[in-house]
Design a protein around this ligand. Sequence first.
Ligand code: TDO
Length: 179
Amino acid sequence: MIPTALPEVLILEPKVFGDARGFFFESFNARDFAQCTGLDVSFVQDNHSKSGKGVLRGLHYQIEHPQGKLVRVTQGAVFDVAVDLRRSSPNFGKWEGVLLSENNKRQLWIPPGFAHGFLVTSDSAEFLYKTTDYWHPEHERSLLWNDPAVGIEWPIQGEPLLAAKDSAAATLELTEVFA
Ligand SMILES: Cc1cn([C@H]2C[C@H](O)[C@@H](COP(=O)(O)OP(=O)(O)O[C@H]3O[C@@H](C)C(=O)[C@@H](O)[C@H]3O)O2)c(=O)[nH]c1=O
């Protein structure tokens, strides 16, 4: 496990077994996850998306039923970002960005209370993640990806491809946050 600048956001690197056939690794093991993170969480939903180069999804969170997310990339590469939205946190409004790719096989743990998003930096990317709570569309919120008050340094020149809801997302000043 590799810590990040945001102490609750963790990078996990699975042990990959390569041989003449290809590779094998345990992409999730509940006992190892609990042991190496010290967390007692259970995952209830798995999601899978595919996106083209320059697509930016996020920055998403649920203001009620907040989800912890364990995210990874099985094809291509993304710049994955978490933003601490807990007002009481010393890191409120701070972000962390990590390259996740099919090659490095890194996984990122994003706890409840954080917004999450990613930018596809390869021609396309398949993105898989586990969540600790179910999707509650009525509680979904989007933080504006390029809010200067957050200042995420996205590795992009020009404009990303966004969903309408993400183009119209709220800034940190105006969005609902966690206590
Ligand atoms: C998130 C979600 C969406 N959907 C549906 C709703 C919609 O018709 C379609 C696409 O949804 P979205 O546009 O919200 O997909 P997307 O923009 O990929 O949303 C995801 O973004 C990343 C960054 C996250 O962190 C996730 O939690 C999630 O918010 O899928 C579900 O059925 N279940 C779900 O859990």
